[in-house]
Design a protein around this ligand. Structure first.
Ligand code: ZN
Length: 105
């Protein structure tokens, strides 16, 4: 996916359209950016839901032995940061788009 280095966007601080510099944010791991995606609840996570062996009494499915093979997504959502050239304030992208590879043009 090709993304332009500079785009014209609305800056909420300047209250008008200005030139913005586009940069990709540093990717965080899944455990820090989305901690509930693995266990589903904060309470279980605090109690330590990943303790012990097996699948915590869920007999409907066999225990997952290899996390790599469980529906792993091959692409990542873009996390772009737009820096206003007039006031130098940075704003984040509202919702990312799935892409395997990002190329700044
Ligand atoms: Zn601005």
């Amino acid at each position: 996916m090709k993304i332009p280095k500079v785009t014209k966007r609305h800056c909420k601080h300047c209250r008008k359209h200005t030139e913005h510099k586009v940069a990709e944010a540093k990717k965080k791991g899944r455990s820090t950016s989305n901690p509930l995606s693995r266990f589903g609840s904060r309470r279980l996570l605090d109690r330590g839901a990943n303790r012990g062996a097996g699948n915590q009494g869920k007999f409907s499915k066999p225990p997952i032995k290899n996390w790599r093979s469980t529906g792993k997504k091959l692409s990542k959502k873009t996390d772009l940061r737009y820096t206003c050239n007039a006031c130098k304030k940075t704003s984040a992208q509202h919702s990312g788009v799935r892409a395997k590879k990002i190329e700044m043009v």
